[in-house]
Design a protein around this ligand. Structure first.
Ligand SMILES: CC(C)(COP(=O)(O)OP(=O)(O)OC[C@H]1O[C@@H](n2cnc3c(N)ncnc32)[C@H](O)[C@@H]1OP(=O)(O)O)[C@@H](O)C(=O)NCCC(=O)NCCS
Length: 190
């Protein structure tokens, strides 16, 4: 089993497992059309859907088996302002997939980058990952920029590879390897 030591502390955040007490904070961003705009499903959540989502995330505090998702809440004095997740995609290839969603009220300050950096660090340094990748809709510019800031390179544009709101959409794939992460090619926070 792989479980980080919680909380993971960064200069401005504490990262720790999600709890049911986080429902109000998580619903505050999951209900927003601008947040879910480029995400799979792309529908703002009802409070009940958020409750089920928080319930599922609350159990995701460790990797016990391939396929497990590790989900951490990014917490400031304002409460939970975002979520970062790392899905264990392959045991053999030591590969994981990164995901993130943050409340726009706390955007544009590098907090998502800070949280994702800590999670990637944990994945490479503590879990011994070889590769982490991330995917986004080709028009999700904020997500693509974030992955670029993390030092992930765009490896692919899968043209019309999935159905998004009933239309074929292009998906961008970004990735970074352990030795690249250690080399620290990412943009340092200003
Ligand atoms: C993807 C998402 C988390 C990015 O949020 P963000 O606010 O752009 O990211 P950060 O918190 O890292 O802030 C980075 C921005 O702050 C700026 N910034 C200010 N201070 C900074 C610092 N100390 N360090 C880094 N960036 C800083 C950066 O220049 C950047 O702005 P830019 O993108 O206009 O160049 C957010 O848009 C989101 O939650 N989207 C909805 C969910 C989603 O689509 N998730 C991905 C699904 S694939």
């Amino acid at each position: 089993m792989f479980q980080p030591t919680y909380p993971i502390r960064t200069p401005r955040l504490a990262l720790r497992p999600v709890t049911m007490d986080d429902l109000d904070d998580v619903y505050a961003f999951q209900r927003r059309p601008d947040v879910v705009r480029w995400m799979l499903g792309a529908q703002p959540r009802t409070r009940e859907q958020s409750r089920l989502s928080v319930l599922a995330m609350a159990g995701e505090d460790a990797w016990r088996a391939e396929g497990d998702c590790l989900t951490v809440a990014a917490v400031t004095d304002a409460g939970v302002i975002g979520i970062v997740e790392l899905v264990w995609r392959s045991r053999l290839e030591r590969t994981a997939e990164l995901g993130f969603v943050f409340h726009p009220d706390h955007g544009g300050r590098g907090l998502a980058t800070e949280a994702a950096t800590a999670v990637l660090d944990c994945g490479f340094a503590k879990f011994g990952l070889h590769r982490v990748y991330g995917r986004c809709h080709c028009r999700n510019a904020a997500s693509a920029r974030l992955m670029g800031r993390l030092g992930m390179r765009q490896e692919a544009r899968h043209v019309e590879s999935y159905l998004f709101r009933g239309e074929w959409a292009d998906q961008l794939v970004f990735a970074i390897l352990a030795h690249e992460w250690r080399a620290g090619t990412r943009t340092p926070p200003s």
